[in-house]
Design a protein around this ligand. Structure first.
Ligand code: PGA
Length: 303
C-alpha cells in the first residue's frame, strides 16, 4: 500500500511541473525548505528517488515520470470534484481546461474570448497540440474537453460535431494550376505535396482520401505546423492540403490560392470531445452548449 498524502502529491506536481524547488515554493506560497521536506518524505514513503540533480538543474527520475503522469490526472480529478461541489453551492466560477488540435487553434481563441466575456469568473487554460497527443490526454483525463477531428471508436468518449472543417488544396499564386477549373485528381500526381507530421488529423484524413481513390501522391517535406506548410507553399516548395480555417488571412491578402480540384474540399468536422463518464462542471457544460449552439454563427461573424 502506497503511503502518500494529497499535500505531498500537490507539492510533487508543482516541483515536477516547474523542475525547480524554488519556483514550486513560490507558486505554492511555501518556503523552499518546506517543499524539500515534503519531497524527501514522499521519496522515503515510496522508497525511490523522484528527482535527480545534474549540475544546477533537477530532472525527474523514471519513478518521478511515472508519478507525475498520475499526479496530473489526480489533480484534474480533484479540480473536477471541487468544481462539481462548487456548482452545488451555486458558485458560477471555476476553471476550464481545454485542449485543441493545432488546426483548431485558428478559431478556438476567438471562441474562448467571447465565452470569457460572458463568464468573467472563469479562468481558461488552452493547450494546443496535435490529434495523437490529444487522444493521450483524453485517455489520462488531463482536461475538461477537447476540440478535434472525429475521435476514433472504442475509446469510451462522448463526441458531438459542431462545425464543418473543409480541407482544401493550397498553391502559390503563380502556380499554373491556379487558372484551371475542375482539376482532375489524377493531375495532382504530377505535383509534390508538403505534409503535416504523423499524428496530425489533417495528415491522416488526406492520406485516407487519396488511398481510397487509388491515387499515389508524391510527398515532399514533412512539417509539424500549418504555419510551416503555408510558408513553404508560398515559397514554392510544393502544394499543401490544409483546413480552410488556417488560410483565411492568406487568401484575403492574396498570398496563397485555392485550387479548384475535383472532389474537394475533403469534408471533415470539428467535434467537442470528453470522456463518456466524465462529470462536467457547470462551466464545462456551459462551454459545450456554447460550442454546439453558437460557434459556427459567431465565427462567420468575426471572420
Ligand atoms: P491536426 O488537427 O491536423 O492539427 O491534428 C485536426 C484533427 O484533429 O483532425
Amino acid at each position: 500500500m502506497l503511503h502518500l498524502t494529497f499535500r505531498q502529491l500537490n507539492v510533487f506536481e508543482a516541483v515536477a511541473r516547474h523542475l525547480s524547488f524554488s519556483r514550486a515554493a513560490e507558486a505554492l506560497h511555501l518556503t523552499q525548505p518546506a517543499v524539500s521536506m515534503q519531497i524527501k518524505q514522499l521519496e522515503s514513503n515510496i522508497g525511490l528517488p523522484l528527482f535527480e540533480q545534474l549540475g544546477k538543474k533537477i530532472f525527474l527520475t523514471e519513478a518521478g515520470h511515472e508519478l507525475y503522469h498520475y499526479s496530473r490526472a489526480i489533480a484534474q480529478q480533484l479540480a473536477e470534484a471541487e468544481a462539481v461541489l462548487g456548482d452545488l453551492k451555486g458558485l458560477k466560477r471555476g476553471s476550464l481546461k481545454i485542449s485543441v488540435a493545432s488546426t483548431a487553434n485558428y478559431f478556438a481563441p476567438q471562441l474562448l474570448a467571447i465565452f470569457s466575456q460572458r463568464f468573467h469568473n472563469v479562468t481558461v487554460s488552452l493547450n494546443v497540440t496535435n490529434r495523437q497527443s490529444l487522444l493521450q490526454q483524453l485517455a489520462s483525463n488531463e482536461m475538461d474537453m477537447a476540440i478535434m477531428g472525429q475521435p476514433p471508436d472504442g475509446l469510451d468518449l462522448a463526441s458531438e460535431s459542431f462545425m464543418d472543417n473543409p480541407l482544401v488544396v493550397i498553391a502559390p499564386l503563380n502556380h499554373p494550376l491556379v487558372r484551371e477549373r475542375a482539376i482532375p485528381l489524377q493531375r495532382l500526381q504530377h505535383e509534390t505535396f508538403l505534409v503535416r507530421e504523423q499524428g496530425s488529423g489533417t495528415r491522416s484524413a488526406m492520406e485516407r482520401f487519396f488511398a481510397q481513390r487509388g491515387i499515389d501522391l508524391t510527398t515532399g517535406m514533412e512539417m509539424s505546423s500549418n504555419e510551416a506548410i503555408k510558408q513553404a507553399v508560398q515559397a514554392g516548395l510544393g502544394l499543401g492540403i490544409v483546413s480552410v480555417h488556417t488560410v483565411a488571412l492568406e487568401l484575403e491578402m492574396k498570398r496563397l490560392a485555392l485550387l479548384d480540384v475535383e472532389s474537394f474540399p475533403i469534408m471533415r468536422h470539428w467535434y467537442v470531445v470528453h470522456r463518456a463518464n466524465k462529470r462536467l462542471s457547470a462551466v464545462a457544460q456551459a462551454f459545450k452548449s456554447f460550442l454546439l449552439d453558437e460557434a459556427p454563427q459567431l465565427l462567420a461573424r468575426t471572420g
